[in-house]
Design a protein around this ligand. Structure first.
Ligand SMILES: Nc1nc2c(ncn2[C@@H]2O[C@H](COP(=O)(O)OP(=O)(O)OP(=O)(O)O)[C@@H](O)[C@H]2O)c(=O)[nH]1
Length: 795
């Protein structure tokens, strides 16, 4: 028996017992080793130290060292209770392959202080080695016995009660004291019967075999029931039995020192009851499980211990609820953080007004993922708390998604209205189109798109709806369509107004220039025909635009008013002062200048022009003659007279209450007519005077001398004399002298003197010429001689 090796028992107070300890589960232990596996033993953690402080490393060990954190409920907890130095640690190491420190045979001092924890090798079992409860140190640490019992019962499914065979039946022995404590705290913890049971697993050590295990078990059971009966039970639990709270199991192990091989053999068998689920005596029955998920064990154990130390009421259900709340919050926050990470990228585009097409499926995906994560980790906790937290989680995610939902709806709405307007714009500009069809098709297209997008972002389990948005969209589309229709209708009115205007301009010019007494009847009848045609076309097109009766009437009213305004403006333009004067003058001139046959008239002095003009004046101002009919043009122009026309203007504008059509009928006011009459009279008089003057001019004659002078001088020379002062003076002087000569009858003497002067001058000139020629050439001198008589006779 060489398994027990020496080690420093004080080491357990500061460090986990990682050294070579008893029952080290290695191959060296031989073929009968309890744990003949190559897996390294798990490290041990001092859960609660000698000063009753709970370690902060449980989670780390659960995760890194023991790998249990993700196990959920797939783990078990076992604690060992018993007197000090009864081989508890040795037993645990044998059963679970742990490496709890064991006592040095020589020193015989307490080894385990506080509570140690480790993981069973090759099994998901948390093993707690609890400080011994009696012995010499008992007095020092008496309250720890109760605290550790409370803690173990709150966390462990199986409590191994370790005792020597010789202790069985010793009612006043330390074991019975321990069990009493266990029962008392159990009642304190589990107020209700049938909640969770704990298995009390009695391991009877150093079983020699003289007393069969059954007898020992019976003795122990009797003792347990006796203790139970003697307990002071809380109110409501007076009649409860020990079996309402505990199950028993018994096992015996041979003397480890005296029968080491037998001990190992039995220990191996015992181990299978903790590790082999198929073993019929498997101890970790589901009914013993404390239902603390592995990832919540650290927090749960810590808060249980905190309650125990501070001596507050330890209400386990509340603790489990609190744990559930704590853990569910943690799980919720972690899952929600992941969820936010997933949906955040959609936030910015949606805020900036873009439609995220893939938002719907992505929203569902991230919500499902978040809930799946939450369910996976939180569903093991207190069900009510879990359900509550799940709802909280769902509501939280929905609240976040709802912002995206609303943003997306807004953007879908915006996109739909934009596309609708754009589509109308494109298709209405194509020339030939059917407004109603275009609008209906565009509306259907954008609506389908909107509904598809909105449907995609609806989330199950919410009361979200897009009905309001849909209604709003319908309204907005109708408004856009109506706006477009109004624009189109206005454009249409404009088109027909233009066609009316073109025809009206021609009509007005024609009728006013050739004004006849029935001017207005003719003009308005013609206008009515043109306008009625345009009106009919307008109504027909408006119907194709889907305009209602009211809108059609409105269009007609507008067209009538605008056409009338065109007509009116054209009339006024034609009858503006100067224009009308021109018209009147033309008419007058036509009358004066052309005769009845239409030939130009030449006034002769014998024509009785005065009486002709007088007649005109007597006919009152602006009287003109058309063929044989005389009528007054200005009064005719002054007022649009529709009384004889087919166009009943009053009826025409009956529906246009705002239009003061009567004001448009007057072209000239009375004073204006007077003014025009005055102006025309003056013009007519001027015309008459001009005509008269032309007759006088015809009568006047040009003097004969002027005609002679012009003939003599020629026209150019005549003008040169007239325009040059020197010539004019010279010519006047000559004229004057001539006139004196003619008046005084001095022509004879003057002629004689003049002849003499001319003869002398001629002779003198000839002499000079002869001299000049003789000096130069004799021959030519001779030739010139016969010329002299001719010249002299000429003179
Ligand atoms: N007789 C006998 N001695 C044993 C047996 N198992 C262990 N021992 C011895 O008992 C002593 C105490 O062993 P531990 O395993 O340290 O006992 P313990 O109950 O854990 O001690 P504490 O933790 O200090 O309370 C050691 O010297 C062991 O060798 C056994 O089955 N029979």
């Amino acid at each position: 028996m060489t398994e027990m090796t020496t080690h420093d028992i004080d080491a357990s107070k500061t460090t986990p017992a990682e050294g070579p300890v008893d029952a080290a589960p290695t191959a060296a232990a031989g073929p009968k080793s309890v744990c003949s596996t190559t897996t390294a033993p798990a490290t041990s953690l001092q859960l609660i130290d000698g000063d009753q402080n709970f370690t902060e490393d449980v989670n780390k060990y659960m995760d890194v060292e023991w790998g249990l954190v993700d196990r959920g409920f797939d783990y078990n907890v076992v604690a060992v209770f018993g007197s000090q130095s009864t081989g508890k640690s040795t037993l645990l190491n044998k059963l679970f392959g742990t490496r709890f420190a064991t006592m040095d045979e020589v020193a015989r001092q307490q080894t385990t202080k506080g509570i140690w924890m480790s993981k069973g090798i090759d099994m998901n079992v948390l093993v707690m080695d609890v400080e011994g409860t009696d012995g010499r140190e008992r007095g020092e640490n008496q309250d720890f016995e109760r605290k550790s019992a409370l803690f173990s019962l709150a966390t462990a499914e199986v409590m191994i009660v370790n005792l020597w065979e010789h202790m069985v039946g010793l009612y006043n022995g330390a074991n019975m004291g321990l069990l009493k404590t266990v029962f008392e705290v159990n009642l304190q913890l589990f107020q209700k019967k049938g909640k969770e049971k704990t298995l009390l697993f009695f391991v009877i050590r150093d079983h020699i075999g003289n007393t069969p295990l059954e007898n020992l078990a019976r003795t122990l059971t009797t003792d347990l029931e006796r203790i139970w009966r003697e307990l002071t039970k809380p109110e409501g639990l007076e009649d409860c039995n020990i079996t309402d709270f505990f199950d028993y199991m018994f096992a015996a192990l041979p003397h480890k020192i005296l029968m080491p091989e037998k001990f190992d053999e039995e220990a191996l068998k015992l181990r299978s009851r903790f590790s082999d689920k198929d073993n019929q005596d498997y101890v970790f029955k589901p009914r013993y499980h404390k239902r603390i998920p592995a990832d919540g064990f650290s927090h749960y154990a810590s808060s249980i211990w905190d309650k125990i130390v501070t001596n507050r009421d330890l209400d386990l259900p509340t603790q489990q609820e609190l744990l559930a709340q704590f853990r569910c919050d943690e799980i919720l926050n972690a899952a929600y953080a992941e969820f936010i990470k997933g949906v955040k990228p959609f936030q910015r585009p949606i805020e900036s007004g873009k439609v995220a097409d893939e938002l719907g499926p992505e929203m569902k995906k991230y919500l499902d993922e978040a809930l799946a994560t939450f369910d996976k980790n939180a569903s093991r906790y207190h069900q009510q708390v879990y359900q509550r937290k799940r709802e909280e989680m769902t509501a939280k995610c929905h609240a976040t998604l709802h912002i995206l939902f609303l943003g997306q709806l807004k953007n879908l709405h915006k996109r739909a209205t934009q596309r609708f307007a754009q589509r109308l714009q494109e298709q209405l500009g194509t020339g030939t189109y059917d407004f109603l069809t275009v609008v209906t098709e565009a509306r259907e297209a954008v609506f389908t798109e909107f509904l598809k997008g909105a449907q995609a972002i609806l989330m199950e389990g919410t009361d979200w709806t897009f009905e309001d948005a849909r209604e709003q969209l319908e309204e907005d589309l109708s408004e856009i369509a109506a706006q477009r229709r109004t624009e189109e209708v206005n454009k249409m009115i404009g088109t027909y107004e233009k066609s009316v205007r073109n025809e009206v301009e021609e009509l007005v010019g024609l009728h006013l220039n050739e004004a006849k007494p029935d001017l207005w009847k003719q003009l308005l009848d013609a206008y009515k025909a043109v306008e009625a045609q345009a009106e009919a076309k307008l109504v027909e097109r408006a119907q194709r635009f889907g305009s209602g009766e009211a809108e059609q009437n409105d269009c007609v009213i507008k067209l009538r008013r605008r056409s009338w305004e065109c007509l009116n403006k054209r009339i006024r333009d034609e009858l503006v002062d100067n224009m009308v004067m021109v018209k009147l003058r033309n008419r007058l001139e036509d009358k004066f200048r052309y005769d009845e046959q239409g030939l130009p008239r030449v006034w002769k002095p014998e024509d009785d022009m005065d009486s002709y003009f007088q007649k005109a004046k007597d006919e009152a101002s602006a009287a003109l003659w058309m063929t044989n009919t005389a009528f007054k043009l200005i009064p005719l122009f002054a007022h649009i007279d529709w009384s004889k026309s087919e166009l009943d203007v009053a009826e025409h504008f009956e529906n246009d209450k705002e239009f003061e059509y009567a004001e448009t009928l007057t072209i000239y006011s009375a004073s204006k007519q007077q003014d025009l009459n005055m102006r025309f009279r003056r013009e007519a008089e001027a015309l008459f005077l001009e005509a008269k003057r032309s007759i006088v001019a015809t009568e006047a004659k040009v003097p004969y001398w002027m005609i002679v002078l012009v003939c003599i001088l020629g026209w150019n020379e005549f003008l040169a004399i007239l325009t040059s002062p020197m010539y004019l003076i010279m010519f006047s002087t000559i004229g004057f002298v001539g006139y004196i000569v003619w008046v005084l009858n001095l022509a004879g003497p003057f002629e004689t003197v003049a002849r003499g002067i001319v003869g002398q001058v001629t002779q003198l000139a000839k002499a000079r010429l002869a001299e000049a020629v003789g000096a130069g050439n004799a021959a030519p001198q001779e030739e010139s001689v016969p010329m002299q008589p001719l010249r002299a006779s000429t003179v």
